[in-house]
Design a protein around this ligand. Sequence first.
Ligand code: SF4
Length: 394
Amino acid sequence: MYYRKPYYYDEFACIAGKCPDTCCAGWQILIDEKSLEHYGNIKGKFGIRLLNSIDWAEGAFEQYRGRCSFLNEENLCDIYKELGAEALCDTCRNYPRHMEEYEGIREFSLSLSCPVAAETILGSREKLQLIETEDDLEETEDFEDFDFLLFGRLEEVRSLLFKTVQDREIAIEERMALVLKLADCMQKSLENGELFETDFEKCLEIFYQDQQACSCGAGEPGQEKAPLGVRYRQMCFMLEDFQKLEVLRKEWTELLAETRKQLYARGDQEYYDIRERFIAFLDSRREEWNQYGEQLMMFFLYTYFCGAVYDDCIYSKAVLSVFAVSWIQEILCAVWCEKGDISFADVVQTAYRCAREIEHSDENLNLLEELFESSPVYEQESLTRCILEKGGKR
Ligand code: SF4
């Protein structure tokens, strides 16, 4: 079995009671069957508490005012306190460690939804390194119908996407545009039955040249230069889509409402004025901003892109990364409007809140995928115009 993980993976340590936003509140925690059985056999006073504080039909901890019933006033876990670490259920023991499983390989990551993990991911100035190991301790499970050839191509293209996202010669928005273009190209190659004939490295070279020509003002071959004014409409559409998702934390609704109020409620002209000033602010911190964007894009691509082996939805996996990073950036623009500045803590908080809503609900991930596949807003050209539009007065 092969294993892959980010270089910082093993350094993670939960800060428990000191956590600014504990993972033991705000969502349903499902309990694996073995732990449920164990909890059902505990005797005495604590056994009675377990009996009364678990939804046995759902297999989940009951919540009290949005908090797990076992989360005490010091924000510590009473199961851990009473029964020890080994009694934690799989969800609590593993979180924020996340695993994507493919035939013969497991990829580990730390979920961005944990504040400590988000701090580690965003705070890293190094280019993300993945550590690979191999052992024969476990027999490789046979995945029915696992498409090895597609998986191999996905891994190759993901490496090209990584290289693009880590190209520090260009702004993060341009890297995101190239990611969309290459993923779209791969999707079309798959659909046209040309996946194994296409030279994606060559394609990427051409996309780089086209993009350079565009940013020099020449426009994409055969295309007029995009007019200003696309972004406002697109972001408003995307916000509506965002609001269709199941809400996991009530602060999230408030955060989106505040973003709407700060950025969109006063119309497009005001929005472009804000963007112009925000971009001037960002330009004074370009390096930092690019670093956050790079680490976030790497996180989403690493975690989700190869999952296309199970559903063939290559392009929508790339859109997920661009959508999430764009929204983290847009919410930060609203934060800047309100405070006149953005701290590292603001970036971390926005990233983990956003990740909680997107990543921790299968319903949300599925709905987003459907929207990315069906709405013209997420088509490669529209989305690219939206992320590359610089702002400024129309
Ligand atoms: S969110 Fe992360 S740091 Fe906070 S309690 Fe959970 S695992 Fe620990």
